[in-house]
Design a protein around this ligand. Structure first.
Ligand code: F6R
Length: 628
């Protein structure tokens, strides 16, 4: 994962790089470091742990140069330590790297045999060794990068600098993202536009195998063979207030509270309020790149989308983690409404299982970041086999967004907390709209039925608002909940993915044992886990599976578990069976998965917070998983 920043220009490189790293810290926080020109040499400062440690170390440091690079690390090769922190500096060359060099053992051995001395356990350091050898021969950083590139195997994005060319940065990538920012008399390189946006909105997204050469305020992009490429300069839209905490203690809490708005923003472009119908907007199957979507003619755009949907006889959904659980909801919705079979897979499994791909299936990939390595690889696999990919991303112009045929946006706004919250609910709502749209094209839904779905979706934001009130309950209950043995989350039907998501949130934030189960599966094994120290979180809103769910709850209760149940309204039966009963508002059945998500997020947030964990940056994790 890791976040990288490079800067050349008249501002203080230290300030620009630190600010950039701060906005990229979600990508990793095992260590951080900078190398900035000072009196003709790169001065390197590094620190183990979060960026704050580096900031402290840098507070008294001064640099007279205009060029510098920085890095925030998520450890792959070599444990988190200052010694393994980037930048790696060898013979006047300094580099920062995001990714994995797969043939590093072999390259490292060869370099050691030639006399190289490695000071870290990382795979990254060898890039600095290779470049420092090459600049001695070539006398030029760009030429050296082009000679070294064929030796590297794996996924990488790298920014390299050399003290003999004090106005030059060379960046190259194969896999993890890199963006070039073009300012007035200043240039930026970063893993994510967030590090660049405060200074310039003009960016170039590098493609795999691109090499970006920056010299003063000039730049060019070349291929691995040195031939020049002219990629488009994209003008970004961005609002800085999205990345503030807005008075909340944590980004995660702010993002939980933003969900009514996020869900409304996800669905509103595709809902026609007067007729209460669905029509997808700016999908771009006609071949428009993401930054050109606003220029599409809505009529012809919808016509191409209709054509794609009408030819589809199978849908595949591919994603990772929380996005995968949102995809599971998508399967329930698309199959129920459009009667099209849906296959769903975790991207890391899908890409290696030799999936059967054909031109009549539509693959939906879901990714908040748009950069998840496995999801991106799955997308490429599908497209290489001639299949069509519709992506659902939050980050516009991310790699997945740029490489897909059609585009839908979560519109959730920047999600900074490492644990996904609003992107999950926004995706569930959006995929519901998508299911209705496919159903319409397939003639599987009547006008009246479409209206019912639309009305349910339009009602969702206000119900989400109502359940935010459970904040107080979980703030108090957390003190007791934090000392239990573990949690079993259970639900049937579309509540099952929510049970999985609830358990994932608790695991990743509170570091406690939690499992999500299809309630009907309990007696096939997990019931043995239940005793009075185990908490059961039962998702039992009133729907067609309610009675069966309650029977499963009786079985669990009979084994002594402590029960928190979520049901509809004032439900005596559930109250009697539960230690704590949370009354969800009366709402259309189909949106209960959305509504019940919020209490589960609040539960995980408060338990983790009362345990004193860093809720926004849980240990060992990073927001954007750009390695497989
Ligand atoms: C969990 C979480 C992760 C992500 C997963 C996929 O809270 O955030 O499980 O959902 O890493 O990330 P994206 O959606 O960016 O592809």
């Amino acid at each position: 994962m890791c976040g990288i920043v490079g800067y050349y220009g008249p501002r203080e490189p230290k300030e620009v790089i630190l600010k950039g790293l701060k906005s990229l810290e979600y990508r990793g926080y095992d260590s951080a470091g900078v190398a900035i020109l000072d009196h003709g040499h790169f001065k390197r400062v590094r620190a183990e742990g979060k960026l704050g440690n580096l900031e402290n170390k840098l507070s008294g440091e001064k640099f007279d140069g205009r060029l510098g690079i920085g890095h925030t690390r998520w450890a792959t090769h070599g444990r988190p330590s200052e010694r393994n922190a980037h930048p790696h500096c060898v013979g006047g060359v300094s580099i920062v790297h995001n990714g994995i060099i797969e043939n590093y053992a072999e390259l490292r051995e060869r370099l050691i045999a030639q006399g190289a001395i490695f000071e870290s356990e990382t795979d990254s350091e060898l890039i600095a060794h290779l470049l420092s050898e090459e600049v001695k021969v070539q006398g030029d950083l760009l030429k050296s990068v082009l000679s070294v590139l064929p030796k590297l195997q794996g996924a990488y994005s790298v920014v390299a600098v050399w003290e003999n060319q004090a106005d030059t940065m060379v960046a190259f990538k194969n896999g993890p993202p890199l963006v070039l920012g073009v300012g007035k008399d200043e240039m930026f390189m970063a893993s994510d536009i967030q590090a660049i946006m405060p200074y310039t909105k003009k960016v170039v997204f590098l493609e795999d195998n691109d090499v970006a050469w920056i010299c003063g305020s000039e730049f060019k992009i070349v291929g691995r063979d040195g031939s020049e490429r002219n990629p488009p300069l994209t003008e970004m839209e961005w609002s800085p207030e999205q990345v503030q905490k807005g008075g909340y203690q944590h980004y995660m809490l702010k993002e939980i509270f933003e969900q009514p708005r996020a869900v409304a923003a996800a669905i509103s472009p595709h809902i026609q309020l007067d007729s209460q119908t669905v029509r997808l907007h700016q999908v771009g199957f006609s071949g428009a790149a993401p930054h050109e979507l606003t220029r599409l003619n809505p009529e012809s755009d919808w016509a191409t989308t209709e054509k794609v949907f009408s030819e589809v006889d199978k849908v595949m959904i591919v994603a990772c983690g929380t996005s995968y659980y949102a995809g599971m909801i998508g399967k329930y919705l698309i199959e129920r409404l459009a009667r099209v079979p849906v296959e769903i897979d975790i991207a890391s499994e899908f890409r290696y299982r030799h999936p059967i791909l054909d031109s009549k299936s539509l693959t939906i990939v879901i990714s908040q970041s748009g950069e998840t390595a496995d999801t991106l690889a799955a997308l490429r696999l599908v497209r290489a086999a001639g299949g069509k990919v519709l992506s659902i991303c939050n980050v516009r112009n991310s790699s997945i967004d740029r490489e897909s045929d059609g585009h839908l946006y979560m519109n959730a706004g920047a999600e900074i907390g490492v644990a996904s919250t609003k992107a999950f609910t926004a995706t569930m709502a959006l995929i519901h709209v998508l299911a209705v749209a496919i159903a319409k094209v397939k003639g599987a839904i009547s006008k009246d039925a479409e209206k019912i779905e639309v009305q349910a979706l339009l009602a969702a934001p206000s119900h989400l608002d109502t359940v935010l009130a459970f904040e107080k309950f979980f703030a108090q209950a957390a003190e007791i909940l934090k000392s239990v043995k573990g949690f079993l989350y259970m639900g049937r039907g579309a509540h099952y993915p929510i049970a999985l998501e609830g358990a994932l949130k608790l695991k990743e934030l509170a570091y406690m044992h939690a499992e999500g189960y299809a309630a009907g599966e309990m007696k096939h094994g997990p019931l043995a886990l239940i005793d009075e120290k185990m908490v059961i979180v039962m998702l039992a809103p009133s729907d067609e599976l309610y009675d069966k769910t309650v029977s499963n709850l009786e079985e669990a209760k009979a084994r002594g578990g402590k029960v928190i149940s979520l049901g509809t309204g004032d439900n005596k039966r559930l109250k009697d069976l539960s230690d704590h009963y949370l009354a969800l508002p009366e709402a259309p059945q189909v949106i209960y998965p959305l509504i019940e998500t919020i209490p589960l997020q609040l539960l995980a947030y408060h338990v983790a917070n009362s345990l004193g964990h860093d809720v926004d940056q849980p240990r060992n994790l990073a927001k954007s998983v750009t390695v497989e």
